[in-house]
Design a protein. Structure first.
Length: 350
């Protein structure tokens, strides 16, 4: 006979976003894993290491739409990665910390579609080890601020109700005023975040596109309007905010589209409040570009010719990129964004 708990688990599994959940044997009984599992209501499959299955053979990116698996694992090897030049504001070291692979959203330009062999999500739960590495890096760079960016391989907030790690990283910022953490997101999932007091060195940055463009290419994400509403709520609560207009995709109306976005931001008093605003024009590695062509053949992204650029990336030609970024920069300045808050992403060698 089915117990109420078993019935609950069956029901939860039916409505779950996960097809299957895999857990590494060594962490199966850890409270963190048990907590995540209890929230999903699913019974996991146990394996030795996640990469026995994850990424072993090619799983097409779009299979994430109807058979997304979750892996709970420990991150081995490199826990921090030095960010490329011009990733962030200049003159200070920038690192990504790696606590997850892949994302529940489906942006047509997402570079993850050509980066990994699988769209299945991996959540690494050894946050203490990641934080120890971050602490070591801060101690080695005692004369300067050090930036740590989450969200290079995933969205930083989308699953935080499940993972519950935000408090640990927040505590790290509290203890290390010279460390800055950026949580980069398109999510409006702020439940965990709102439990934490705002800190100057704990920055929530939102990737934004004009509403009309986001509707076409940011699939399954919260709308631009919803993201702006969340930013406005966070601002009222005192959180530090930043924004990324990246990727900017060419359309004949791109200037008026970004003007409209900036007007919407101004309506919520957001432009003057931004700690920084990065601007970047759409770009791909060769592999990712091939995937985008295959997965989204009718995308607006293919409406304008691209070339192979100085760093082997596929992008618009240089004059066009600079014209687009400078056009949006001028609009942002006119809308009240401070000039020293704006930086152009990935263009320093062009
Ligand atoms: S939110 Fe970011 S990580 Fe997620 S699909 Fe979009 S671009 Fe990729």
């Amino acid at each position: 006979m089915n117990s109420p708990l078993r019935l609950f688990r069956i029901f939860a599994a039916v409505i779950s976003m996960w097809n299957k959940i895999y857990v590494e044997e060594a962490i199966l009984n850890s409270p963190r894993v048990q907590n995540i599992l209890s929230k999903t209501g699913m019974v996991p499959l146990v394996l030795k290491t996640y990469d026995e299955i994850w990424g072993k053979s090619k799983k097409p990116y779009l299979h994430k739409r109807d058979s997304l698996n979750l892996f709970l694992a420990e991150k081995k090897g490199q826990l921090l990665k030095l960010a490329p030049d011009a990733y962030g504001t200049a003159g200070e070291p920038h690192y990504y910390f790696i606590h997850a692979y892949n994302c529940i959203y489906e942006c047509q330009y997402c570079y993850l579609q050509g980066y990994f062999n699988s769209p299945d999500i991996v959540l690494f739960i050894n946050h203490e080890e990641i934080l120890a590495e971050m602490q070591k890096t801060v101690d080695e760079n005692s004369g300067t601020r050090v930036w740590f960016h989450a969200g290079e391989f995933s969205d930083s907030l989308a699953l935080t109700h499940l993972t519950g790690e935000l408090a640990l990283y927040h505590d790290f910022c509290k203890k290390n005023p010279k460390a800055v953490i950026e949580l980069r997101t398109k999510s409006v999932n702020t439940k965990e975040l709102l439990e934490l007091e705002p800190l100057d060195n704990f920055i929530i940055s939102f990737s934004l596109s004009p509403q009309k463009v986001a509707k076409e290419i940011d699939l399954k994400t919260p709308s631009t309007k919803a993201r702006l509403k969340t930013m406005s709520e966070l601002k009222k609560r005192g959180y530090k905010l930043a924004a990324h207009f990246d990727p900017i995709v060419y359309q004949d109306t791109f200037k008026s589209d970004y003007q409209e976005l900036l007007n919407q931001m101004n309506d919520s008093d957001l432009t003057k409040e931004l700690d920084y605003l990065s601007l970047g024009v759409v770009r791909f590695t060769k592999d990712v570009y091939r995937e985008v062509e295959r997965n989204y053949p009718d995308s607006v992204i293919h409406g304008t010719p691209m070339i192979k650029s100085f760093d082997n990336k596929v992008r618009y030609n240089h004059p066009m990129r600079m014209w687009m970024m400078n056009s949006v920069k001028e609009l942002a300045l006119a809308a009240g964004v401070k000039s020293d808050a704006i930086y152009l992403c990935m263009e320093e060698h062009a």
